[in-house]
Design a protein around this ligand. Structure first.
Ligand code: ZN
Ligand code: ZN
Length: 212
């Protein structure tokens, strides 16, 4: 005698059973207990989303990781998504083993500003290249600097014509140092006090006078 599901009357001969209920009804019941939505943070400038504390491009796999963070007990696989919801397969540990259910998860976006866009907005900089001399060499240095900084998720915060050359304000000292070392530019260095950090240490901006 096959068993019948008390909810939908399907027979054990046709569908798998989990406990006293058929796979479908068990799945529905388990699915009801899951979150219907996921809260996400998205930068209003660059549109990247926050994934494990870092802002990253919004794509299927990053979205999946961000949602997974909110479904800790279950395994989430995002099948597809649009601006409003993600269709996911969620594996739930049921009484009779792992059960995978389809779930539409509403995506709730909180608008925010990522660190990088915040810094761009306030024209944050740690390093200043004062490029003087040959115009075409200056151009070359600017384009190489731009490429290096973009590759490293950093940025040029400001560019100004100054004393017949160009002042280039940069977001990272570390990269600026790498750059001048790599191209053997031998700049004349000076330092401008930028402030004092929380632990009371003086912070400096590096100024590189570069004659090309
Ligand atoms: Zn059933
Ligand atoms: Zn951003």
């Amino acid at each position: 005698m096959p068993r019948y599901c008390p909810t939908c009357n399907r027979s054990e001969a046709d569908v798998k059973f989990y406990g006293n209920f058929c796979e479908i009804c068990s799945g529905e019941k388990l699915s009801e207990g899951l979150n219907n939505s996921a809260e996400l943070q998205r930068c209003k400038e660059c549109k990247r989303i926050r994934v494990k504390g870092k802002f990253m491009t919004e794509n299927r796999s990053n979205l999946e990781t961000a949602i997974q963070q909110q479904f800790r007990k279950n395994h989430v696989r995002v099948v597809s998504y649009d601006a409003k919801e993600a269709l996911a397969k969620i594996s739930v540990d049921g009484p009779e083993g792992i059960l995978t259910v389809d779930k539409a998860i509403k995506l709730k976006y909180e608008k925010t500003l990522c660190d990088k866009c915040y810094k761009i907005k306030c024209e944050y900089y740690e390093a200043l290249f004062q490029l003087r001399g040959d115009k075409s060499r200056i151009e070359k240095v600017i384009s190489h600097t731009k490429a290096l900084f973009e590759r490293n998720n950093e940025f040029i915060s400001k560019m100004e014509s100054k004393d017949g050359g160009i002042d280039l304000y940069l977001s990272s000292k570390r990269l600026a140092n790498e750059f001048v070392a790599f191209y053997k530019l031998y700049p004349k260095m000076s330092y401008v006090l930028a402030g004092i950090n929380r632990s009371g240490k003086k912070q400096y901006k590096n100024v590189y006078a570069i004659h090309l």
